[in-house]
Design a protein. Structure first.
Length: 283
């Protein structure tokens, strides 16, 4: 965009120099205006011949006044060509720049509207308040299999009350759809994450997280890591075909209720979803 604006400004500057320094340029502009005048006269003549009663009544007097006014405009432009050459770009450039850079969020008080694609999902979101399921005991996250995939998960917060209410309802709706439509029972692995815990996980390397304190939506209660339950135990492994099929469905459902799914990132995080609210994260 900046390159385009610079090119536009360069073209306008060259045009001004051309008009100011070369009489042939000014003559070309006047010739162009004359051509426009003749075309307008032809259009006026065609309209008159097609049956304009008022024009016929005016007769030669109206034609004379039209020519007189057109001639006055041409003489005024010729006399004040330097002023026009400078003033016209000054008038046109600001609205053109504003038009090229327009964005909805430039309007004061604008807030993005979270759209929900599915009509049934929209109805459910406006309906009953969904209740979080019972949390699994810490021992369920203390197994060797879980530690290999998600270290320190036993100390993570699974308190739904610490998460944003809007995010809560959307995530709980995803849980309901996954169970009723696809037969996957889901569990919350981690919701709200303190800044200290975020920094601690970041020190473990990029394989765990690249985000430091307040660079993750977890610190604002707007993100969660989830997994599936099979025989009452969390299944987190991405090597499990059943779980991977569930993650794909989970991503589709999450996106249908307006959540962002980590499975589309470069460093994929299939169990992660977040609700990006404007004005929350300042980084």
């Amino acid at each position: 965009m900046l390159i385009f604006l610079a090119l536009l400004y360069f073209c306008l500057a060259c045009s001004l120099i051309w008009l100011a320094c070369f009489p042939a340029g000014r003559a070309s502009i006047l010739q162009l205006l004359g051509g426009l005048q003749r075309r307008l006269q032809l259009r006026a003549g065609a309209w008159r011949d097609s049956g304009g009663a008022a024009l016929r009544e005016a007769g030669p007097g109206l034609r004379w006044r039209w020519r007189l006014r057109a001639g006055e405009v041409r003489r005024w432009l010729k006399k004040h060509r330097a002023f026009v050459a400078v003033a016209l770009p000054l008038v046109l450039i600001p609205p053109l720049v504003a038009l090229l850079n327009r964005k909805p969020d430039m309007l004061p008080g604008y807030e993005p509207t979270d759209t929900v694609v599915d009509a049934q999902v929209a109805a459910l979101l406006k309906g009953e308040q969904l209740v979080p399921p019972a949390s699994l005991p810490p021992v369920a996250f203390n197994t060797r299999e879980v530690e290999l995939v998600r270290p320190m998960l036993v100390d993570a917060s699974r308190n739904w009350g610490l998460m944003h209410p809007d995010f809560n309802q959307r995530l709980l709706l995803v849980f309901r759809i996954m169970k009723e439509k696809y037969g996957y029972e889901m569990a919350l692995l981690e919701g709200y994450r303190s800044p200290a815990r975020q920094d601690l996980l970041a020190k473990m390397g990029s394989a765990v997280t690249n985000a430091r304190a307040f660079q993750s939506w977890h610190q604002y209660g707007l993100a969660a890591d989830c997994a599936f339950l099979r025989d009452g135990k969390p299944v987190i492994s991405e090597k499990d075909p059943w779980a991977m099929r569930g993650y794909q469905l989970y991503g589709e459902v999450a996106e249908s209720v307006g959540l962002t799914w980590g499975g589309r990132w470069t460093m994929m995080d299939f169990g992660h979803t977040e609700l990006r609210l404007r004005g929350v994260m300042k980084h």
